[in-house]
Design a protein around this ligand. Structure first.
Ligand code: FMN
Length: 231
């Protein structure tokens, strides 16, 4: 059996699953950095991993008591900056910080107020074009957006935000030259996997909707085609 088959063929007799009670269900989603505007016009910056896109809408899951949720309920403009795996330490420097003062009782032990989280993380703000909060300059992908819906989740502990993207900025190094396609071989998200940080491994294959060639066929294919966005 080849290595490729070994990774795709199910074992004949898989081990029986066991029921577990994990404390969290962070099953591996990309980290994004959200910039929002505080009451005094300064910028707040917060990492989250509960973010996903439906067309031009990005859905965000936020703790109800955080400064980001507070800001978005009052000022809907937001920037969603996507860090690369090499930026995980800057993300982790933000982890114990909140822009909210006093620190809400619901925050985990050790959480402290930081009025300038760009400085605390060692990240540089860069002005946005269509919204007031700045982008994170070193993040390869930056989405300027506006929160159209901010509502409580079913538990009352979180808020769900639906933000419509107005403008996308990309580092040219991750864009297929001459196109609007992000090159999946050049871009890798920073993945939050049960509270540990990972990048992507090598490509396994491509979707039938892919608009860019597989990494291994890159030299021979030029199958960049126009087709509608979505999944
Ligand atoms: C990698 C990572 C992922 C996180 N994911 C989320 C998330 O999905 N939703 C959330 O509300 N908080 C998440 N947090 C925690 C927030 O960053 C944290 O509550 C922070 O204090 C929020 O800042 P704020 O109060 O200034 O908005 C995450 C933290 C890290 C480091």
């Amino acid at each position: 059996m080849t290595t490729a088959e070994a990774t795709t063929t199910p074992a004949a007799a898989p081990a029986a699953h066991i029921a577990i009670e994990p404390s969290i269900l962070y099953f591996g989603t990309p980290v994004v950095l959200l910039t929002t505007e505080n009451d005094d016009g300064s910028a707040n910056l917060a990492p989250i991993s509960s973010a996903w896109a439906l067309g031009r809408t990005v859905v965000l899951g936020l703790g109800r008591d955080g400064q980001t949720a507070y800001n978005l309920a009052r000022r809907p403009e937001v920037v969603v900056s996507l860090p690369s795996p090499g930026q995980w330490r800057a993300v982790e420097r933000l982890a114990p910080l909140t822009g909210r003062s006093p620190v809400p009782a619901s925050k985990p032990p050790g959480c402290r107020f930081a009025p300038d989280k760009f400085a605390a993380a060692g990240l540089r703000p860069e002005p946005s074009d269509t919204v007031r909060p700045p982008r994170v300059a070193s993040c390869p992908l930056q989405l300027e957006a506006c929160a159209e819906l901010v509502r409580p989740d079913a538990s009352g502990t979180f808020v769900i935000v639906e933000a419509v993207v107005r403008k996308v900025h990309a580092d040219p190094a991750i864009v297929v030259p001459g196109t609007d396609h992000v090159d999946p071989a050049a871009w890798s998200p920073l993945v939050y996997n049960f509270r540990h940080y990972f990048g992507l491994g090598p490509e396994l294959g491509r979707s039938y909707r892919a608009e860019t060639p597989s990494a291994r066929n890159r030299a021979t294919h030029s199958d960049v085609a126009a087709s509608p966005p979505n999944v």
